[in-house]
Design a protein around this ligand. Sequence first.
Ligand code: UDX
Length: 414
Amino acid sequence: MLLEFGHRVFAVDIDEKRVAMLSKGRSPIAEPGLEEILTRGVEHGYLSSALSLEEAPEDTLAVFICVGTPTTDSGDADLRYLMEAIRGAQEYLPHAVQIIKSTVPPGTNTVLRQKFPGVSFASNPEFLRQGTSVKDTLKPSRTVIGATDPRALEVLRGLYQPFVDAGRPVVEMNEPSAEIMKYAANSLLSTKIAFINEIADLCEAVGADVDDVAMAVGLDSRIGAAFLQAGPGFGGSCFPKDTKALVAASSALGVSSTIVNAVSESNERRRATLAERVVAAASGESAELTVAVLGLTFKAGTDDLRESPAVDVVAGLVALGCDVVAYDPFEQGKLAQVAPEARAAASPYEAARDADVVVVATEWPEFAELDMEKLASLMAGADLVDLRNIIDIEAATAADLSVTPIGKPRSDPA
Ligand code: UDX
């Protein structure tokens, strides 16, 4: 985004491989449109990268701190990497404004100001989604500037003036408000997903169709249709972590967070029972089942396996004694890291060969377009479990397959 706005960017990471890729203008992660921007940046001499801030240009105006804030055992955000990065920036770029992009517990910026006197801090939460990050960053729904320090305010206003010019909302507030709104937004989105997933269970119990229910509920503009897609539960590097961190931060401040706590628990329960769902659909003995799992990433359009419900499915099935074969468009030896007992396949059809059950665990568009006749002819059994509701049920049952979707009745061949 900064490169697109014409700024010079100096990128720092402690991972040598990442820095080597960035130096060549290559993207260390799979994100549509990102590599083109990075390549242009390197070619025009606007993007450089290094393993240390020591090499950063002295007149650097602002440092965006974008390090991970993973969850500790107690559910708190681990701020170790944040502190290290801030210390580095303070040492080598003492005059730069430090902009906290990382998601941090409410009150962190206040603590930072006390810990690092003389440094200008601002909170500037990030809302991009993986898979659409370039679009989300260049055309954000809103930009939040959490700053009371005059220098920080001035720098951020300058950086985000192009959004103001384009008529995009840029809102200003104090630092704790900016910190809380990020957790509040992610927790509310998580709540919608956990909520519709519980409604999906209810639909299954009475023969309703959750997609119809969600569509009709979402038509109320006060509710909205977004984030009401029932599925295997939310995953990824943000929602599971941020809901837990909100609960931990509230508890530390003596504030109750009953709703978000329930959302987090409901989601964990759902993800822990996915494998049983698959075995129940096949109504067989798990130790005798060969299961093909299609999809490993936490959602389509990314190569990220962090907190992936699809990985839960694979690991759960392995634990139940199933023989598991998995395919993902982005599988590059990653399966061996997350579930070494499972076998990797090079295509969905190769995965399905001799399988009793095929599970769609990630909503990759190619799975919605599978040739059902071909799939059925390769399988040993005839059960399809669709955890993402993307399979054409008519085509599947016409090919003599039974489909068990989420939140709607099982469909058997006529
Ligand atoms: C999320 C937020 O959307 C983004 O604003 C924030 O900056 C980072 O966290 P991301 O983790 O990339 O982004 O993915 P998102 O598309 O929000 O999906 C998160 C999880 O929820 C995925 O596991 C996805 O499959 C699931 N999901 C999403 C549903 O199960 N149903 C839905 O309707 C939407």
